[in-house]
Design a protein around this ligand. Sequence first.
Ligand code: AMP
Length: 299
Amino acid sequence: MTDPIILGTVALDSLETPFGKVKDVIGGSATYASIAASFFSKPGILSIVGKDFPKQNIKLLNEKGVNTQGIATGNKTFRWQGYYEFDMNEAKTIRTELNSLESYKVEIPEDYKNAKYIFLANIDPELQLDVIKTIKKPELIVMDTMNFWIEHKKEQLLKTIDKADLLILNDSEARQLFDTPNLVKAANAALKLHTHAVIIKKGEHGALLFTDNKHFNAPGYPLENIKDPTGCGDSFGGALTGYLAKTQDISEANLRKAVVYGSIIASFNAEDFSVERLKSVNKSDIEKRYKEFKAMREF
Ligand code: AMP
């Protein structure tokens, strides 16, 4: 059964890091998130591409076990262009072309209708809200966002957050959205909304999980070989939701494990451009890194 459903962008990215440059490669929040989720469960994407989107990219998603029935076809694919300097925790956007996303109306395929886990990856918060309204009450709604939507649609974004169960943000977005330099204050402000849990990602330094009365701090994997961090946040959220859908357990203890699996898949993703590294990761690579994470936390 298709579960989780992942709403987000399927994109053509052009970007440069200190380690190289790529043009019109497959990217987008739903792309990274669904491949990351596919290591644990059978995700389905909700998104739109254009006629210019290469068919082999859809084939690649299908080979990874991703259901692409929910990818509509419009005129032109969403495009993102950006670069990173030596501090690779922050992507600098040169251009965002929404293209077919501007007129996208979400339509949920029959196959997706019984999914219990929803990941609203980074996309227009109005589309995120449409999905929440359309789908039967799921077990868990996880949502992510980014500075672009905080700057352009803050009011709509706060309305969507109010309907989500688990909010994922990176540290600078949390400060920006809740207007405070202090991450604990930002997390508490989010918890005052409907949200049951908040995860604040700190790039290569790991992630913080806040629930009503508990706090968990997952380290980042000490990677020596980082080429391109694009999609790490999406891979984190996708793997986390995929793991929760597989285990059907949203207790705080299992959320901690989901955060660790999210960090592991994100760490693999950074090792190469686009989805190149995620294409070849296998279950034993993941379990090996899981054991290393466990050892790293012991003292
Ligand atoms: P991340 O590095 O996890 O924040 O995600 C990077 C991916 O998000 C890239 O592949 C882009 O195509 C996509 N992206 C960039 N800007 C946006 C946006 N405003 N909304 C949705 N997706 C975006």
